[in-house]
Design a protein around this ligand. Structure first.
Ligand SMILES: [Cu+2]
Length: 304
């Protein structure tokens, strides 16, 4: 009856069905009873009101039955939730990195992937790390949902039980491109997993000092380094290129050099890159010093 996509489907679906079932039952029963009483005790049939004395048996019943029902519903929910926080000792580890607006999965040996590939029937613990704001790690088919909070490491775990591709979504509204923040969870056989892991390349660690300044100041939240358009233009190939900008309402062409980069960082609203919004990028005056701007320039020259 329940899907076997993960070991939590049963517990969560059972709680949903039972609690939903009770709610539906009482909705129908109480509405029906209300309509029945309105007809039965209609004033036309009973012009004179009668006083009703207490009924001990009735009062005990309508106190204890709901208490037992509510306790039962709590128990069902607890039974489904409790195992979600009990990670088995032999679980394998993957670190989930969330940032505006992308998921990345870090496997042992600093190997990075955009897809969460996992072997079937093996418990996996996911350490959830956010690089900027609060995101939500959400795999609907697995009934798994956990906040990813900057500054603290949260976790999730599960045992995938069926081969296939599943959606991983972000469940916390985290900015303009929140709705694009999704990834694929791919459950494969043990052999396929090992083959895939061995072909996964180790992340190139960028040691350029300018790159570190850019990362540290959060520029990559709005500017990609690979040509992708985000909130702002990509920084790839920018240096030395000719761009169209609006300066004081006048469109003009400029060739990007060190001075233009410096002015874009310190006074971003002086020249607005054509097709991009004004006022989104804040000035970094007093935040980034001249030496660091120099480093950014050196780095951008290499970013062809
Ligand atoms: Cu998000």
């Amino acid at each position: 009856m329940f899907s076997n996509a993960s070991n939590f489907v049963h517990g969560v679906d059972k709680a949903t069905l039972i609690i939903g079932g009770f709610s539906l039952f009482f909705l129908v029963a109480f509405t029906g009873l209300m309509i029945f009483f309105v007809i039965k005790y209609n004033r036309k049939k009973h012009p004179k009101a009668t006083q009703v004395k207490d009924n001990i048996l009735l009062e005990i019943t309508w106190t204890t039955v709901p208490i037992l029902l509510v306790l039962y519903m709590f128990y069902i929910g607890w039974e489904g939730f409790f195992p979600m926080r009990q990670v088995p000792k032999d679980a394998m580890h993957v670190t989930v990195l969330a940032k505006m607006w992308k998921w990345e999965f870090q496997y042992p040996g600093n190997k990075l992937s955009d897809t969460l590939v996992l072997p079937i029937n093996k418990a996996v613990k996911l350490d959830l790390v956010s690089k900027d704001v609060i995101h939500g790690f959400f795999i609907p088919a697995f009934r798994v949902k956990e906040d990813v909070v900057p500054g603290q490491t949260n976790y999730s775990w599960f045992i995938p039980g069926e081969l296939g591709d599943y959606d991983l979504l972000c469940s916390a509204y985290c900015g303009v491109s929140h709705s694009y923040m999704s990834a694929v969870v791919r459950i494969v056989s043990d052999d396929d997993y090992n083959t895939w892991l061995s072909t996964l390349s180790v992340k190139k660690v960028d040691n350029a000092l300018g790159f570190k300044v850019i990362e540290k100041n959060g520029c990559t939240a709005c500017h990609s380094l690979d040509g992708t358009k985000l909130v702002g233009p990509s920084l790839k190939g920018l240096y030395g290129s000719t761009v169209e900008v609006m300066s004081n309402g006048v469109k003009r062409k400029v060739t990007v050099d060190s001075l233009y980069i410096q002015s874009s960082i310190l006074d971003p609203n002086k020249d607005i890159a054509d097709g991009y919004p004004q006022g989104v990028m804040k000035s970094y005056k007093g935040v980034i010093n001249d030496k660091d701007i120099e480093l950014i320039n050196e780095y951008l020259k290499t970013l062809k």
